[in-house]
Design a protein around this ligand. Structure first.
Ligand code: NAP
Length: 325
């Protein structure tokens, strides 16, 4: 019997690649950089499965190019806003992702970014290297305390609740918002449900953990930043599309909020001359939320499991919501 044909769109961790290679005719983009769109569209023709990253937009054009042989799209990410899930399911294509394995790692990065932004670590490191550390000065590089602060969590899902667990040692007051109260998750964490507006008004730190959907696109606009405290720090480790970056820039410049820490931006990568990068109170990371060796390897393997199940015509072990056929 013919082996299934698959496309792998990037150089992925070897254990995952070996798993796929052992069972499938594999065409892979052996690079750290994304596959060019025109090559991707050519390579997907007639394949049974696509193993992609969040850099590949999976839309009707890709599905048309792949044709009726396509059975599965497996992304090496938990977020799947780059995939038109409805269009896949309409064509009988299953969609898989990697929930759970990156939860704690991403929550840790959110906490690291929050503390780095609040305590102005990048500015302090730069000052030392630039020879600006002349003596101990009472109010030099003073930031904001996390202990005792009110932290607002937008999206108390897997990562949002893991982040809340990490905050248990900081004696914070925790607020959360989302489509509905989640007392079974929130009560053990001591988190209180609030409307989006109330959360913005009361929080010293606002941390975003919701998916990018039509409802959350540009959720953080000028009006949202106006509602926040002048001393508030905004942290986004979810998706850049949740934020209007022009509005964020204005809010930071006008002192409507005190600072921002972003692991995700729109666009990605953020151009090196982007105005946000010129602001001392904005800390930007290159989307490294899940970037530990162990977690990225687990994600790659999980995506491989989805791919192999899909090309074999089996239900995926980790389907996205609504991504089953
Ligand atoms: P999850 O378990 O599905 O959690 C998402 C939460 O957001 C859910 O509790 C959901 O509520 C809530 N939500 C949905 N719409 C909302 C809205 N309009 N306002 C507020 N909350 C809303 O997903 P997860 O595994 O925690 O991942 C969350 C997101 O993090 C992913 O979608 C991905 O984009 C991002 N992420 C980023 C990185 C990184 O490297 N920086 C790494 C991993 C993930 P319901 O359950 O009630 O629907």
């Amino acid at each position: 019997m013919d082996r299934p044909r698959v496309v792998v769109t990037r150089d992925i961790p070897a254990p995952a690649f070996r798993k796929i290679w052992a069972c499938c005719e594999t065409r892979y983009w052996d690079s750290q950089e994304p596959i060019p769109r025109d090559i991707f569209l050519e390579w997907v023709q007639g394949v049974d499965g696509i193993y992609c990253l969040l850099t590949e937009r999976i839309d009707p054009e890709v599905l048309d190019a792949a044709g009726p042989s396509l059975k599965v799209v497996s992304t090496m990410s938990v977020g799947y806003d780059h995939i038109d899930v409805e269009a896949c399911v309409r064509r009988g294509v299953q969609v898989g992702h990697t929930p759970g394995v990156l939860t704690e790692t991403t929550a840790e990065l959110a906490l690291a970014l929050l503390l780095a932004t609040a305590r102005r670590l990048p500015e302090a490191i730069h000052a030392v290297k630039a020879g600006e550390w002349t003596t101990w000065k009472p109010m030099w590089l003073t930031g904001w305390d996390l202990h005792g602060a009110t932290v607002g969590i937008v999206g108390l899902g897997r990562i949002g609740s893991a982040f809340a667990r990490l905050l248990q040692g900081f004696q914070c007051r925790l607020l959360y918002t989302g489509p509905r109260p989640k007392p079974s998750v929130a009560d053990p964490l001591g988190a209180t449900y609030a409307t989006f507006e109330a959360l913005l008004e009361q929080s010293d730190f606002v941390s975003v953990h919701c998916p990018l959907t039509p409802e959350t696109a540009r959720l953080f606009d000028a009006a949202a930043f106006r509602r926040m405290k002048e001393t508030a720090i905004f942290i986004n480790t979810a998706r850049g599309g949740v934020v209007d970056h022009q509005a964020l820039y204005q809010a930071l410049v006008a002192g409507q909020i005190a600072g921002a820490g972003l692991d995700v931006t729109d666009p990605e990568p953020l151009p090196s001359d982007h105005p946000l990068l010129g602001l001392p109170n904005c800390v930007v990371l290159p989307h490294i939320g899940s970037a530990t060796v162990a977690t990225r390897t687990r994600m790659a393997l999980m995506a491989a499991e989805n791919l192999l199940a899909g090309v074999a015509g089996h239900p995926l072990p980790h389907p996205v919501q609504g991504g089953t056929v």
